[in-house]
Design a protein around this ligand. Structure first.
Ligand code: PEP
Ligand code: MN
Length: 306
């Protein structure tokens, strides 16, 4: 097993195509000096040795909905609470989020549970306000190329969770990460959340190969969103296990007290019971990943010598 992992790792580091393709994004590209960066969020390290799970509803709908969810996901092992207060919806008639009221509810949930908060920012005008409430600023798939927003996030003083655009290549994703870094904020977490393909059985296609490619070419942490990739809750646990095995640094997962009544993304939201089972079942896969993480320094040293 060890020689195989070693060879795979060396092959990744030596892929000449990737060097040419990604090295221009100098602030986010992996170099011999900078192979891995850790984003610190309160007492949590993303991109370090822990597998960090962010979980919560798609949207903040009410105080009771969010507090109940926060307590349940914390008990199951999540470290960060997700929940949209400003929602980018495809239809102008769909629920757009509670706005400032939602942010206040998120703050309360942090006080009650100690969980850190990740929430979406859609416009550069909202950056300052959301940064007062959020521990991580989420850039959604539809905003990945909103350069005014990305630049404003350069000076927000908070880490940024940058989701891959649904029709974006990895090069596009890294370009956007570079924009945030050039604007002054190197604390970027990349997120693979599925891309549009010709497949219609799932909402998007989880590009699982994106994780090892991004880990090979960039020093930034990489997490996976199995919920928006699948669009259906039954696939979320298996995609999460796949993410753990390919070396992701964590997950962002949708969980709701009563998914059938959710105001958005109910089909892909897990119940509390399903989430806690998923977390428990993830452990052997995380142990497997831990084994390969322990080999990393050695593998990187070999890669560098080449
Ligand atoms: C979300 O996290 O609820 C969301 C809208 O995600 P995405 O931007 O990946 O569609
Ligand atoms: Mn959602």
């Amino acid at each position: 097993m060890i020689p195989h992992l070693l060879l795979t790792r060396i092959a990744r580091l030596m892929n000449p195509k990737w060097n040419g393709q990604f090295s221009c994004f100098d602030l986010v590209a992996k170099t011999s000096e900078r192979s891995r960066s850790v984003v610190q969020v309160r007492d949590i390290e993303i991109g370090g040795n822990d597998f960090v799970v962010m979980a919560g509803p798609c949207a903040v709908e009410s105080e009771s909905q969010l507090l109940e969810t926060a307590i349940a996901v914390a008990e199951a092992g999540a470290r960060i609470l997700r929940g949209g207060a400003y929602k980018p919806r495809s239809s102008p008639y769909a629920f757009q989020g509670l706005g400032l009221e939602g942010l206040k509810i998120l703050r309360k949930a942090r006080e009650v549970t100690g969980l850190a908060i990740v929430t979406e920012v859609m416009s550069e005008e909202d950056v300052e306000l959301i940064a007062e409430y959020a521990d991580i600023m989420q850039v959604g798939t539809r905003s990945m190329e909103n350069y005014a927003l990305l630049e404003a996030l350069g000076t927000c003083g908070r880490p940024v969770l940058l989701k891959r655009g649904m029709t974006a290549t990895l090069e596009d994703l890294l370009r956007s990460a570079q924009v945030i870094a050039v604007a002054g904020n190197p604390q970027v977490i990349l997120c693979e959340r599925g891309i549009r393909t010709f497949e219609t059985a799932t909402r998007n296609t989880l590009d699982i190969a994106a994780v090892p490619v991004l880990k090979a070419v960039s020093h930034l942490p990489v997490i996976v969103d199995p919920s928006h990739a699948a669009g259906v809750r039954s696939l979320v646990p298996v995609l999460s296990r796949a993410a753990a095995v390919v070396g992701a640094d964590g997950l962002i997962v949708e969980v709701h007290p009563c998914p059938e009544k959710a105001m958005s993304d109910g089909n892909q939201s897990l119940t509390f019971g399903e989430f806690s089972h998923m977390m428990r079942d993830l452990q052997p896969y995380l142990d497997l990943q831990q084994e390969s993480r322990q080999l990393r320094p050695q593998l990187l040293a070999v890669g560098r010598a080449d």
